[in-house]
Design a protein around this ligand. Structure first.
Ligand SMILES: Cc1cc2nc3c(=O)[nH]c(=O)nc-3n(C[C@H](O)[C@H](O)[C@H](O)COP(=O)(O)OP(=O)(O)OC[C@H]3O[C@@H](n4cnc5c(N)ncnc54)[C@H](O)[C@@H]3O)c2cc1C
Length: 327
């Protein structure tokens, strides 16, 4: 992964930081997994484990003292001791439980698309820090890369509405020539960006995981990773409780999950917020200072290792499943 910091019109994007060769031989620094591949693998595994999967929505739930009933849109009803809400940033289960979110909008929108290019990317990711926000080129299979392109929201709206030709011209200005000729090879999508964290991660017989609990800036590509950490921590808490014959939806069991995940979430939320503020601006003074900082990190392998371990979710109180251990 290569990080540059420059103005949009600069002829050269100087490299300030690279993550290469700091990892064990044969081990990649990170994995890029396309959503459809991840979803297909998860579905196959769930089916193999005999999980009852239903292609319908949860329409609501009614809680009792010892159990909770989930109502599905197809009319089915389920009795459970715990409901796990993994229904995304606009979680209706969170709303029904009366849990509000705290946070703010960045006034930035991420444009996401796929680009096909002439040359092989050799597994290299680029993140160009530009004044409006990061422009990330993330390697996919074949000669393709995923683009996460942050702009101020009004500018993003303008770019999204451009003709194919004009959109291509804007893209090429940022993408550069390193990978030869490029072609837009996917639809353009827009995601308004903000930081929001649920005031509570649990309510009676309900636990929030993933974006239902927290939405962060994609600057460090950590949103899904945080959700996976939630799931691993919750699974561990539930299994520990079940082993002791305790009710997995009991308040103290859920409290343990909440304590475990809230601190980590706030730390990552504020770190990504700080990075975005530091990099997404037009101040030459800040640019000078951060480039010295990036240059220093680049010369200190131990510090780089800390960043890699943090991004890989290997620091702090790591749940067993993320350490590759059985529950
Ligand atoms: C531009 C951008 C780039 C990103 N890049 C990265 C990255 O590089 N790395 C990374 O780790 N993260 C990244 N993220 C973050 C990542 O996409 C999210 O954190 C992740 O998708 C959240 O997963 P989730 O399952 O919690 O929620 P979602 O992906 O929102 O899934 C929620 C699901 O719940 C379903 N649902 C909603 N309501 C109901 C209901 N009532 N009943 C049943 N189902 C329901 C929805 O249909 C949906 O399928 C990025 C985000 C953005 C915006």
């Amino acid at each position: 992964m290569v990080i540059t910091d420059s103005r949009l019109g600069d002829a050269v994007r100087p490299v300030f930081l690279t993550f290469e060769g700091e990892i064990k031989p044969g081990e990649p620094f990170a994995h890029m997994v396309e959503n459809r591949d991840l979803t297909a693998a998860l579905l196959a595994k769930a089916r193999a484990e005999g999980v009852d999967l239903r292609a319908t929505a949860v329409a609501g739930c009614d809680g009792g003292r010892d159990h909770v009933e989930a109502r599905l849109a197809d009319g089915a009803r389920f009795d459970a001791r715990l409901i796990v809400a993994a229904d995304g940033a606009r979680s209706s289960l969170r709303e029904r439980a009366g849990i509000s979110m705290v946070g703010w909008s960045y006034g930035q929108t991420a444009i996401v698309t796929t680009v096909a290019h002439e040359r092989d990317h050799h597994g290299r990711a680029d993140e160009h820090f530009l004044p409006a926000g990061p422009f990330a080129i993330l390697p996919l299979k074949g000669n393709r890369s995923s683009i996460v392109w942050t702009e101020e929201s009004a500018e993003a709206e303008r770019i999204i509405a451009l003709s194919d030709e004009a959109f291509y011209a804007e893209l090429e200005r940022r993408f550069g020539l390193r990978l030869g000729d490029i072609r837009v090879a996917g639809p353009r999508r827009a995601y308004p960006l903000g930081l929001s964290v649920a005031r509570a991660f649990v309510a009676p017989r309900l636990a929030l995981v993933g974006d239902a609990a927290h939405v962060i800036h994609p600057i460090a590509g950590q949103g899904l990773n945080m959700g996976l950490r939630d799931v691993a921590a919750l699974a561990e808490v539930i299994v520990d409780a079940a082993r002791l014959g305790l009710d997995p939806g009991a308040r103290d069991v859920l409290e343990r999950y909440q304590r475990w995940r809230r601190f980590d979430t706030m730390a990552m939320g504020l770190a990504t917020d700080g990075l975005n503020r530091l990099f997404s601006n037009r101040s030459d003074v800040l640019r000078f200072l951060r480039d010295i900082g990036l240059g220093l990190v680049d010369r200190l392998p131990a510090l780089k290792d800390v960043f890699i371990r943090e991004a890989a979710g290997l620091t702090g109180d790591v749940p067993k499943l993320l350490r590759g251990e059985a529950l």
